[in-house]
Write a protein that binds this ligand. Structure first.
Ligand code: ATP
Ligand code: MG
Length: 328
């Protein structure tokens, strides 16, 4: 059964520690980048995903209307309101429920998440078929469903947040638990997310459990983070002269408006060769770097922004995943 809500607003004030994750989610919200979180059970993956909508800008009137129309087509109620949709289908949901379709076609979860967030918890448990069907919408922001006598296209431009354990027992890379999985089991588990889907993720986050006693310092609230996200969005809208973000803007427009310096391009090419990054991943890194520069209020992509963007694409589990793929 898909479980969904227009999430009750949680606040980053209540998330202890996880500073890197909060920074990454701020970047994701600012530029509409997809995120995959991996970490042991109970480390806070679901909590971070549920809190994410609280830092998203409110929807424009036009976006609110589009979202409401999609809900109506799906036979679900949603009043006209400014909060971005947050959809959280269970991994047991059918591919039709998630992608859309059926004998009289209806929008699926990916369209109900239009202008908002699609959270796939335990993403490795979704069927390969469903995950592979996400490829087109993740690329184009819309989904085309072909029936015998008709074809329908629904908008489905969302931020994907995926969460998974790093291995079947959940403790690979943990400092306080021993992982009991065999290498083969780890490889099989991690490879459930196929290369092409994995390629469409911008930010890879590897989380560890946080000591909940440790932090007395006040955590920053979602409202403060959202202000920075809104400022970064404004910079993007001004640059592209339309309400489009760095993750969705045509790549040639990004390279025209924010070309990398020769040295920066060289640095990216070198790291990409070592990390085995596809062209798609390299483009994603430039988009991420653009967002980081927008959050900093910089006209050009700085070296620091490019470096941080590259760091966001290579963390913990994912290194293991690349190794697993290479040894196949
Ligand atoms: N850093 C944290 N700050 C505040 N609460 C936390 C933190 N980490 C975990 N928790 C609390 O621990 C509980 C478990 O967290 P959560 O469900 O997000 O873990 P998870 O990583 O999704 O685990 P699983 O892999 O089992 O799904 C939540 O109720 C959350 O309130
Ligand atoms: Mg969880």
């Amino acid at each position: 059964m898909p479980h969904n809500s227009d999430s009750p607003q949680k606040d980053f004030r209540h998330v202890i520690g996880h500073e890197q994750a909060k920074r990454a989610l701020e970047i994701a919200a600012a530029g509409e980048h997809n995120v995959l979180m991996s970490g042991p059970p109970g480390c806070g993956k679901s909590m971070l995903a549920e809190t994410f909508p609280s830092i998203l800008p409110v929807l424009t009137n036009q976006a609110q209307l589009e979202v409401m129309s999609l809900y109506q087509l799906a036979g679900e109620s949603r009043s006209l309101h400014q909060t971005a949709p947050y959809r959280h289908p269970h991994h047991s949901a059918s591919s039709v429920a998630i992608i859309g379709g059926g004998s009289s076609p209806r929008p699926g979860e990916i369209s109900l998440a239009h202008h908002g967030v699609l959270f796939l918890d335990e993403i490795a448990e979704f069927t390969k078929k469903t995950l592979d069907m996400l490829r087109q919408p993740l690329e184009t922001g819309q989904v085309t469903i072909s029936r015998a006598h008709s074809t329908v296209t629904y908008p489905s431009s969302f931020i994907l947040i995926g969460a998974m354990n790093p291995c079947p027992c959940g403790f690979l890379g943990s400092n306080d638990h021993y992982c009991t999985c065999l290498q083969k089991q780890i490889q099989n588990y991690q490879n459930r997310l196929s290369g092409p889907v994995y390629d469409r993720i911008d930010i890879l986050l590897s989380l560890k459990s946080v000591n909940l006693d440790q932090t007395i310092k006040t955590q920053e609230s979602s409202i403060d983070i959202r202000k920075r996200v809104e400022n970064a969005r404004q910079r993007q809208y001004q640059r592209y002269q339309t309400e489009i973000t760095n993750a969705k803007a045509p790549f040639d427009v990004i390279t025209e408006t924010s070309p990398l310096a020769t040295e920066q391009q060289k640095m990216l090419t070198n790291v990409a060769a070592k990390q085995n990054w596809s062209n798609r991943v390299q483009i994603k890194i430039i988009r991420l770097a653009r967002t980081i520069a927008d959050l900093a209020g910089d006209e050009k992509i700085s070296d620091t922004a490019l470096w941080e963007a590259m760091t966001l694409r290579r963390r913990g589990l994912h290194k293991q995943q690349v190794i697993a793929r290479e040894t196949q």
